[in-house]
Design a protein around this ligand. Structure first.
Ligand code: 6PG
Length: 468
């Protein structure tokens, strides 16, 4: 019996997604380079009768029903190109390759064109939810060949997470957009993880709360104010105790944050196409600063800081700041996606993107429901919507109060601070960019526009005595 689709790569993600397909009655074939892994998986699920394992690529490909669908679940980068080359000799025109790693969208663009030239259909599939999500229901962001998506749709709907909007899978648009959307998702993820950690830092160092107390507050917010996967995760992590030392586990984790690339790509892309994603960039930079552990240790200063009696009166201030920063992170991410969709002709529908993220993704949060209530037909940014601004304006005083307090206490909270600066800058009619222009022209004859004659380039006429 031929299989509906094939899973290429049986790492944790591949294995879990394979089990998820099998649970949902989809007949699949699996292949892995290290063949013992295939046996292992088959042992686990041999009873289902839904999984056939293969130890060479040709048998694997020929076990698939036509048009053949192969889903790659392998490390992003070179291994994807290698896998494609391994598959090519056995695939036929019209067959489909799906790349579901965290691939760089420019690679996806290249592979899309390459496979198209070979008569094959390519789908870049962003998957969120980690390995647990893959097993129980991930959020799926497919983009690329639309007819290929249609051939995949039913199977993907079966395994995807289900929210009150339906299965968390939607066609995201043309060519490389699936991985672009996943990159945007991860950028937002970085900023929210950063903001939650900064709130923790304040609670710990300024309010002298215990990990247990902080976890309880997070849980409370999660129940009452906004339900969020990342807040639940933070709470669970804070409750862990290290068996060896008896200390809260977070205290024995080195404060050195790593990253695998998507946050960096987000920031690079935002700079390249001109979107001011200030808080997301700050979250990437704060991970980078954290890696200089030895430097930080060697130059660490003890500073006079405000007394702890002056600390925040209510937890609501902190909650509002976290809420504010989380909304700004979404606004920045969606801005990048909107601009990219305009430039690259992705044809992305933001409503669909948000609905996909609503469940199963790392961004899973009731916050998304509140964002969906706003007008998503903006030309640049969600902040154009007056109702959205009204929400932010309400949260702003608390966020600024926290920011001021941290300044006074010499506590760095770069993500939260940058979200304020982003918002204040976007909502300021006048910025000091006039002086920037003036300086540029004075030393480099770069030109500027006048407020009374936009569109015409002017230069300073330097008197002889002032020229340098
Ligand atoms: C997800 C996650 C997942 C992972 C990223 C980011 O949506 O399931 O985004 O893909 O968290 O790889 O990891 P780094 O923080 O290591 O860059």
């Amino acid at each position: 019996k031929l299989s509906r689709l094939g899973i290429f790569g049986l790492g944790t993600m591949g294995r879990n997604l394979a089990l998820n397909f099998a649970d949902n009655g989809v007949q699949i074939s699996v292949f892995n380079r290290e063949i013992e892994v295939v046996d292992e998986l088959l042992k686990t699920i041999s009873d289902t009768g839904k999984v056939s394992g293969f130890k060479n690529v040709s048998d694997f490909v020929f076990s698939l029903d036509k048009p053949r669908i192969v889903i790659l679940l392998i490390t992003a980068g070179k291994p994807v190109d290698e896998a494609i080359e391994q598959l090519l000799p056995y695939l036929e025109p019209g067959d489909i390759i799906v790349d579901s790693g965290n691939s760089y969208y420019k690679d996806t663009e290249r592979r899309y064109e390459y496979l198209k030239s070979q008569g094959l259909r390519f789908v870049g599939l962003g998957i969120s939810g980690g390995s647990e999500g893959a097993r129980k229901g991930p959020a799926l962001m497919p983009g690329g060949d639309f007819s290929a998506y249609k051939d995949l749709e039913d199977s993907l709907k079966l395994v995807a997470a289900k929210s009150h909007y339906g299965p968390c899978v939607e066609y995201m648009g043309n060519r490389s957009v699936g991985h672009f959307v996943k990159m945007v998702h991860n950028g937002i993820e970085y900023a929210i993880i950063g903001a939650i950690s900064e709130v923790f830092y304040v609670m710990r160092n300024l309010m002298r709360m215990t990990h247990e107390e902080i976890a309880d507050v997070f849980e409370e917010w999660n129940k009452k104010d906004f339900d969020s996967f990342l807040l639940r995760t933070a709470s669970a992590v804070l409750k862990q105790v290290d068996e060896k030392t008896g200390k809260p586990y977070v205290d024995v984790i080195l404060d050195l944050a790593e990253q695998k690339g998507t946050g960096l790509w987000f920031t690079q892309t935002a700079l390249e196409i001109g979107v001011p994603a200030m808080s997301i960039s700050a979250s990437v930079n704060s991970r980078i600063i954290s890696t200089y552990k030895e430097l930080r240790r060697s130059v660490a200063e003890k500073r006079e800081t405000i007394s702890s009696s002056k600390v925040i009166e209510s937890f609501e201030t902190l909650r509002d700041a976290l809420f504010f920063s989380s909304l700004i992170a979404h606004a920045e991410g969606l801005w990048l996606l909107t601009k990219a969709s305009q430039i690259f002709n992705y044809g992305t529908d933001l409503e669909k993107v948000l609905k996909v993220w609503r469940k199963g993704s790392i961004l899973e949060s009731s916050l998304i429901d509140s964002i969906l209530k706003h007008n998503l037909n903006f030309s640049n940014c969600l902040i154009e919507d007056g109702d959205f601004r009204a929400v932010l304006e309400k949260l702003l005083p608390s966020t600024m109060a926290l920011s001021n307090l941290c300044r006074g206490a010499a506590i760095p909270i770069p993500v939260i601070n940058s979200s304020i600066d982003f918002y204040l800058s976007v909502t300021s009619e006048n910025l000091p960019a006039n002086l920037v222009q003036g300086i540029r022209d004075w030393f480099g004859y770069h030109g500027f526009y006048r407020v009374d004659q936009p569109g015409t380039v002017f230069h300073f006429v330097k008197p002889e005595s002032q020229s340098d």
